[in-house]
Design a protein around this ligand. Sequence first.
Ligand SMILES: NC(=O)c1ccc[n+]([C@@H]2O[C@H](COP(=O)([O-])OP(=O)(O)OC[C@H]3O[C@@H](n4cnc5c(N)ncnc54)[C@H](O)[C@@H]3O)[C@@H](O)[C@H]2O)c1
Ligand SMILES: O=P(O)(O)OC[C@H](O)CO
Length: 309
Amino acid sequence: MNEIGPREAPERSTSVCILGEGRWGRAAGAILTENGHTTFFVHHTLTAWPRRFELLCLAIPVQHIRETLRRLPAPAVPVLSLGKGLEIRTGFRVTEIVRDVWGTDRLAALSGPNFAAEIQQGLPAATVAASQDEALAARVQQLFHNRRFRVYRSSDLAGVEIGGALKNVYGIAGGLCTGLELGENASASLLTRCLAEMTRLGLRLGGRAETFAGLSGLGDLILTARSRQSRNFLLGYHLARGISLKEALARIGSVVEGVPTAASVRDNLAVADIKKPVADEIYRILFEGKAIRRSMLDLLEREAAPENG
Ligand SMILES: NC(=O)c1ccc[n+]([C@@H]2O[C@H](COP(=O)([O-])OP(=O)(O)OC[C@H]3O[C@@H](n4cnc5c(N)ncnc54)[C@H](O)[C@@H]3O)[C@@H](O)[C@H]2O)c1
Ligand SMILES: O=P(O)(O)OC[C@H](O)CO
């Protein structure tokens, strides 16, 4: 789909270092290259930067970010998170881990409904570039935006990162629902209640309501909770078909961020008083061996409640 690629070369080419050579790091690199920027990849075992650059992108699984950053000196450039998840033991978002390890405060995140494989095929998509520093959000938007990858910008960094992390947990729920053959009504109902839950949790954690209704919240939730391309959806689907967690993870063979994020939501966030029945059941299924059908029944048999309670 080259005909909907970038219209013209950028005014100035930016040098971007991408830490992580997985699916998403490579897809993000392809967009930057398409937009006329210089990108290079560094391996996660690196202990020194091989050359100068103007932006660092982090595209490694969230649970490995802290140990990876600790091996490297803090670069004097902005850091862009491409990851989606929360750290176990701290509950930190990716940019919070970066600030904790390196003290960096020029931080941004790119998040939205974006399967790497479709981006690599040149198919159109949209996403959000977020930073509390509005100039940095605009810079990231400008770097990635083109006619087939529409980048919107936001100053709600927390909301964008929280939506991207939580949708992985709800993606597992979507896969369970499909694997149990509960029907399209159940799937749409579940997804809508997951959005309500994501919004309640996200507001407590500092995000803004409108962010969860946007691309990085609802948009990515629709994608992850309904598509077999999603690793989180697939995990739920396999579990519902009677495959063990260990075997399902082995079959998927790549990072499933919803698993550690479900543990982090349960154990590390100050959200014990927030109603989050779906995330609680996903945690019980993954970490306490609760039977999936029992979990579904427990969700359905809760007391009738107001929709916006
Ligand atoms: N794949 C997608 O479609 C997609 C889209 C948007 C966001 N993301 C997010 O991007 C992040 C990376 O996902 P991915 O799909 O690229 O994963 P991946 O499994 O394809 O690649 C992960 C990469 O992380 C690095 N890595 C592997 N082991 C490591 C270790 N022990 N320590 C440090 N780094 C290690 C390697 O470079 C590896 O290639 C995740 O947080 C994911 O949620 C993925
Ligand atoms: O395959 P998943 O479930 O990790 O989803 C990938 C992306 O986050 C989709 O936006």
